[in-house]
Write a protein of this length. Structure first.
Lengths: 636, 319, 119
């Protein structure tokens, strides 16, 4: 029975997409019901696989139309769900379920919502299919559906500034990337005459030919476009900023994770090239550049969502760097960071959406002081900001810690100074991430409330619920990191390193042995760096003491005075004795000392992010050429 | 559930070497600093206990929440900062003694110290004052400035001690020094030690790196709207940071001394901390004027980072 | 001569890439995307091609009895190409509709004018 769940989940989402279009284009209740029912069922079906796949280590396979392999050749399309697939599938279902709930409140004011939910369900179904399929061409088809739905959703609010433009750029870069992937798949098929990933892995285990190296370069570039590593990142920055926020969350939570998944699946399982230092270094350099460029660009943004978009890019850099190491620790860190990024970035996007919903703008220079009007959003945002900056005890700290540990371990073990530079970059990027969130906090939530936002209200509960769920998960992930490791990360990283089970399950017992496939390494990692429980105990004790002091200190001399309605001048802000006036230190006013020293760098970067689509395609093509060349020249 | 170990943990966290010890040592170091700098400037200066008096006095004063502020964040920030700083000492070996041993203490310490700065930034930001806005901007740039050399120093030490395996553990660093002699006496680590000496005053926010709280131009920056107990907590946090940073320096570069007795170990630790304070906080304070923020950034990313990088490269070459 | 196919498909891909990288007209960029697609499709079809092969339409008994020649054109690449063509057509249609709407909004189809999102 269980082997039907994955296919059912994917089918159900696609089916619901059509049902919404047919029955739900007029009536909101039917539309929402179909969407909610389909996404909840998909969620339940995927979560039901956890016991078998994550705990008992089974691999679930399903042949479409029961076309099982004949005499060692896989003709049919197969679905294969190992722990790695399920890990990403869990991210996907969680993200679109929460985003769906949020959409019910957030998208209420828009028109043509039937189309919106159709595209939303198609996007969800395609990404879910992408992470669970065992067939490389099916993967490509899912990638295309994903790109298509993403573009349409990016341009969904086509009357708003820049939406069409962003959609077009996304489409151009996206389909150039897809074409590279398809060319790579074609080369692979030409060599191996199969499209099944398990069989490809078995055939390629004998060593890569020049042809398959070229294919690998093209496929890495193709999935690099989908995961928006620098320099393929430019459409992402535009698209995340102009898409409806519920969609931005889907983009950063699962669409770029799909690219990361594709990358891991290809380099670890199909090509099994991660034991080669040239591939490791290639991906590590791309990852480091991605995280650095992403964060430095984020520092100068004036748009809330565009800033978050650049952070998405930067955090994916961490993930790519971690998985590039080819070690179990690195893989664990990369997967953990991917999981955490889905949570905290989703949370931050939802907070940005709440601000947009309440005030109608996300311009950092036109906001301020919202924390008094939107306290729940502020709390959720602060949790997300602390998590993405990697402050303990949030989940971002746990995963970043593993990433640093993994990269520096690689540095001392290989003696390669490059990895030291990458470690330093990762640590510095973390501080810069913090800096840009300080900027957002100051510019949006603190400071002085603007006159035009005096009447702003907190967003409805249906939008707050997903935010609180994600905030709670952010804290749990940091405190109970060992639980996350045992039940999610360890099986997933073991699945990526132990290929034989994957092949045997799909192609029949003994197929891997016959092809001479050996596992790279199988040791799961254990880690423990500190005990956050102790910290939380102290936190509780001191916080309780502080609250007690504030509450019971009402009548003492040291009481806390809270401003009342009749304005007493002692509550006024200090203005050197002048009369109080409107003054808000906005987002663009911050970090002068930093920007001054980096102006040369920013000039170059602004030139590269010119907004002209041909510049972006040129960057894409040049980077692809570099990747293919590296694969071609330096690989063994 | 409630074992002796749990009780010991509470003792570690709350009294020694956690909150109380750090606070007392920090306030003591702040007192020494004020006394000595006064003498350097031909003044008599306040008694060494003065920071403690200040703290208790502030705790008994009214705390005014300004009208523009977000009350929860405004009052919560100093407490969060205090909590994160209180646990750092647990990870720093006091000569032979460590309360918690873990695998990756260096990075945990790095991040926990950051929380102290973040608490100041978020608290200042939540007060809604434009002075605080400028103050937090400068505080953040200061943080970005010293983070690079700080990270390089930590990596250099980790490489020097670890050799071909990875060591981020403070306890292992202390053990290594007990066997091989303190790191300050290994010449390849001297540039790193110098860089660290310059990082300390920036981290603590002392002249010439006190741009964020420049009282003569932006009226204490983030602290401008703070009063009473909340202000007292922030002053305490600054003092605790002083103890932690000098303690970290002591443990990283002078961690090789052992007297065999725990109490004399602790005394030795505090004395070395005091000397470090006098060298890197008091003296530098007395002889320099405040930098501009862009110069500060440049200074740390070129000169100080260069020193730290030199050590890292030397350690990398196995020297 | 199968080599001609490979060379031609590579030329098509490179031409398409050249178009998307250098032409400023958005419609030309869409055409470029199409050309890349055709190049890749041609590459895939060529991989399945066997000179002198027949169409792979047999009954199982034909294969077992050896009635059918064992030399036929691989049908899988053709299926892939069909799928890819369909996807390509959809992408082109979508891209062109976006270009139309961009033209309405920006009054231009020059890439240098369509750059409100930058920096």
């Amino acid at each position: 029975m269980m082997q039907h769940y994955p296919v059912l989940a994917v089918m159900l989402l696609f089916l619901a997409a059509f049902l919404v279009e047919i029955f739900g284009s007029k009536i909101a209740a039917i539309r929402n019901l179909i969407t909610f029912a389909a996404s909840t069922t998909a969620l339940v079906l995927i979560y039901a696989l956890i016991p078998a796949v994550m705990l008992r280590g089974e691999i679930i396979s399903y042949w479409m139309g029961n076309w099982a392999p004949v005499s060692g050749y896989a003709i049919g399309i197969g679905y294969e769900i190992d722990a790695l697939s399920l890990f990403f599938a869990l991210l996907v279902v969680t993200t679109f379920w929460l985003s769906g709930i949020y959409s019910f409140g957030y998208m209420k004011k828009d028109h043509h919502l039937g189309h919106y939910y159709t595209l939303y369900l198609m996007l969800s179904g395609s990404v879910l299919g992408l992470v669970m399929t065992g067939d490389i061409f099916n993967m490509f088809v899912m990638v295309e559906i994903m790109t298509f739905a993403s573009v349409a959703l990016t341009a969904f609010r086509n009357e708003s500034e820049g939406a069409l433009e962003a959609g077009f750029k996304y489409l151009v870069i996206g389909s150039v990337g897809s074409s590279f992937t398809l060319a790579g798949i074609a080369l692979l098929y030409g060599e191996c005459h199969t499209l099944n990933m398990a069989q490809l892995s078995a055939i390629l285990s004998g060593g890569l030919t020049k042809n398959s190296m070229m294919a690998m370069g093209l496929i890495i570039a193709g999935f690099g476009v989908k995961s928006y590593i620098v320099p393929f990142h430019t459409p992402a920055a535009d698209a995340y900023a102009v898409a409806p926020t519920s969609v931005s969350m889907i983009f950063s939570g699962m669409v770029n994770k799909a690219g990361v998944y594709g990358m891991i699946r290809m380099v670890y399982i199909v090509f099994r090239a991660m034991d080669q230092s040239s591939v490791q270094m290639l991906l590590a350099v791309f990852g480091a550049v991605t995280m650095f460029v992403g964060v430095t660009m984020a520092l100068t943004q004036h748009e809330f969502k565009r800033l978050l978009a650049f952070h998405s890019i930067s955090q994916i850099g961490y993930v790519i760097t971690a998985i590039s190491l080819g070690s179990a620790l690195g893989l664990t860190g990369g997967l953990f960071h991917a999981l955490n990024h889905t949570l905290f970035k989703g949370l931050l996007f939802l907070a940005a959406g709440a601000v947009l919903y309440a005030t109608g703008t996300t311009n950092l220079d036109k906001l301020g002081g919202l924390s008094k009007r939107m306290p729940h959003t502020t709390i959720c945002f602060l949790v997300g900001a602390a998590a993405i900056s990697g402050l303990p005890p949030f989940n971002g700290f746990a995963s970043k810690w593993i990433v640093y540990q993994a990269v520096y371990t690689n540095a001392v073990e290989s003696g390669n100074f490059l990895y030291v530079i990458i470690t330093v970059t990762a640590l510095i990027v973390s501080v810069m991430t913090l800096a840009s969130f300080v900027k957002v906090t100051q510019a949006v939530f603190f400071g002085q409330l603007r006159e035009e936002h005096k009447e702003v209200k907190e967003v409805p509960a249906i939008m707050l619920v997903p935010m609180y769920i994600m905030a709670a998960l952010c804290i749990c992930g940091g405190v109970f990191y060992n639980v996350v490791n045992t039940y999610l990360l360890a099986p997933a990283s073991a699945a990526a390193l132990n290929v034989t089970n994957y092949i045997d399950k799909m192609m029949g017992e003994g197929y891997a042995d016959a092809a001479g496939v050996v596992n790279i390494l199988a040791k799961p990692v254990e880690f423990s760096f500190w005990n956050p429980i102790m910290w939380l105990v102290l936190f509780g004790v001191v916080m309780a003491a502080a609250v007690l002091v504030i509450v019971f200190g009402e009548n003492s001399r040291g009481k806390v005075l809270v401003p009342t309605e009749n304005a007493d001048p002692k509550y006024a802000t200090f203005f050197s004795g002048e009369e109080e006036m409107f003054s808000q230190v906005g987002g663009s006013d911050l970090f002068w000392g930093f920007k001054k020293n980096w102006q040369g760098y920013y000039k170059v970067m602004q030139g590269l992010h010119s907004g002209i689509v041909t510049d972006y395609t040129t960057m894409t093509v040049v980077a692809t050429a570099i990747i293919v060349l590296c694969c071609f020249v330096f690989m063994r | 559930m409630f074992t002796t170990q749990t009780l010991w943990n509470f003792f570690y966290v709350l009294i020694f070497p956690g909150a109380l010890f750090t606070a007392v040592v920090g306030l003591f170091l702040a007192g020494i600093d004020r006394k000595v700098i006064a003498h350097m400037q031909h003044r008599i200066g306040p008694p060494i206990r003065q920071p403690m008096y200040d703290f208790f006095k502030l705790m008994g004063k009214e705390t005014i929440v300004p009208a523009r502020a977000n009350k929860i964040v405004f009052l919560g920030a100093p407490v969060v900062g205090f909590i994160s700083l209180a646990v750092i000492m647990l990870f720093i070996p006091i000569m032979g003694f460590t309360a918690f041993s873990g695998n990756a203490d260096l990075i945990v310490i790095l991040y926990l110290i950051t929380i102290g700065g973040v608490a100041l930034i978020v608290g200042g930001s939540s007060s809604g004052s434009p002075y605080a806005g400028i103050g937090i901007s400068r505080e953040m740039v200061t943080m970005m400035s010293y983070e690079l050399p700080f990270v390089l120093v930590l990596l250099a030490v980790a490489r020097k001690v670890g050799g071909d395996s990875l060591v981020f553990s403070m306890e292992a660093i202390a053990e290594w020094q007990a066997v091989n002699g303190s790191l300050a006496f290994h010449w390849s680590m001297i540039p790193a030690a110098l860089a660290m000496l310059l990082v300390i005053p920036a981290e603590v926010g002392m002249q010439p790196f006190d741009v964020a709280e420049a009282e003569t131009e932006i009226c204490e920056g983030p602290l401008i709207e703070y009063s009473g107990a909340a202000l007292g907590m922030f002053k305490l946090n600054t003092a605790m940071k002083m103890a932690i940073m000098t303690g970290l320096f002591t443990s990283l570069f002078f961690g090789g001394f052992r007297t065999g007795m725990m109490w004399s170990d602790v005394a030795l630790f505090v004395i070395i901390c005091m000397v470090v304070t006098l060298v890197c906080i008091t003296t530098i304070h007395a002889v320099t004027a405040r930098l501009k923020i862009e110069h500060l950034f440049k200074f740390f990313w070129t000169f100080v980072s260069g020193l730290a990088l030199a050590s890292l490269i030397l350690a990398w070459m196995g020297l | 001569m199968i080599l001609v196919n490979y060379v031609a498909s590579i030329i098509l891909i490179v031409l398409g890439l050249y178009t998307v990288c250098t032409k400023k007209n958005l419609i030309k960029i869409v055409l470029g995307l199409g050309i890349i697609d055709y190049g890749v499709n041609m590459l895939i079809v060529s991989f399945g091609f066997n000179e002198g092969g027949t169409a792979p339409i047999y009954q199982m008994s034909d294969l077992l009895n050896g009635v059918a020649p064992h030399f036929f054109v691989d049908p899988v690449p053709q299926a892939l190409t069909l799928t890819s063509i369909v996807i390509g057509a959809c992408v082109d249609a979508m891209a062109l509709s976006l270009v139309i709407m961009i033209h309405r909004k920006y009054k231009s189809v020059n890439a240098d004018d369509v750059r409100r999102l930058r920096g």
